[in-house]
Design a protein around this ligand. Structure first.
Ligand code: PAF
Length: 274
């Protein structure tokens, strides 16, 4: 496996290949990321992972400075799973000047749910993903469904800009108790880790209610929010939305239940397709 830090070296190396299959990450890799790399491997003639903690997608009070940077450990895991190239640029390499050209996803998608609670987040994500897909000459790119809204933003961006990349979404990997795998789970202390299962349990309760024929979504959502709040969480949202555009459900729509909540200082997100 080759670890590349510069765009020029990456460009040179990619001359040998026609179909890069790419997994963009911010590092601190866990089994969920490794599953993405495994999925990416048969989809191209070279498998790349990118590791870059993207300042643009963090709010001023968020965890950019403390986000775990574990490149050596990440590379060991990527090598073990058979990744061919790791592209890990410095900030100066990827953003040599302030990034003034930005990809602004449409407000109806980017200003709801995560976008409401993390203003500018999807502009930061879309901009860096555009840049990483371009730098890696991706023909396939693999993302986790845990970041459901992010996946939708990226799919729409690729479609709107006619980018020659197929976007593949992979199901969320979960710990045995149901907690969705996330780099931010590492922020939880032992007691919080025990409590963290409640988020996926609440999603399941709402999803089960809908599956059993209930359509009083607001009541199901409110019940889940109050269950989280009574257990000491600070829920941002628990909502049932239609899968196609994350807007309010209409009869007959395929749905997804999405949630975000803070446990102590750690903000977790999760979702469940119904
Ligand atoms: O999901 C992530 O880890 C990041 O948002 C991504 C897609 C790598 C962009 O920085």
């Amino acid at each position: 496996m080759q670890i590349i830090h510069t765009l020029s070296e990456l460009r040179e190396r990619l001359k040998l290949f026609r179909h890069p299959s790419v997994v963009p990450t911010m590092g601190n890799l866990h089994a969920g990321h490794i599953a993405l790399v495994e999925a990416a491997k048969p989809l191209g003639d070279v498998t790349l992972a990118t590791v870059f903690v993207n300042r643009l997608q963090f709010g001023p009070k968020e965890d950019f400075d403390t986000y775990p940077r574990t490149l050596q450990d990440d590379c060991d895991k990527l090598e073990a799973v058979g990744c061919d190239i790791v592209f890990a640029p410095s900030e100066k390499e990827l953003y040599p000047q302030p990034q003034t050209f930005l990809i602004q996803p449409p407000p109806e998608l980017a200003n709801i749910l995560e976008g409401e609670f993390r203003p500018g987040f999807f502009t930061g994500v879309a901009t860096v993903v555009m840049k990483l897909l371009s730098a890696t000459q991706a023909r396939t790119a693999v993302f986790g469904k845990k970041d459901y809204q992010q996946l939708m933003v990226i799919r729409q961006m690729v479609q709107q800009f006619a980018m020659p990349v197929e976007i593949v979404g992979i199901d969320t990997r979960r710990a045995e108790d149901g907690l969705a795998m996330s780099s931010r789970n590492g922020y939880l202390n032992a007691e919080e880790r025990r409590q963290a299962v409640l988020l996926s349990q609440c999603l399941k309760t709402v999803a089960d209610g809908i599956r059993s024929g209930r359509s009083d979504y607001a009541a199901l959502e409110a019940q889940a929010m109050s269950e989280l709040a009574s257990a000491g969480w600070k829920p941002d949202y628990v909502v049932a939305r239609r899968r196609v555009d994350l807007q309010a459900p209409q009869p007959g729509d395929a749905l997804v239940v999405l949630a975000a909540a803070k446990l102590g200082n750690t903000r977790l997100i999760d979702n469940l397709e119904v």
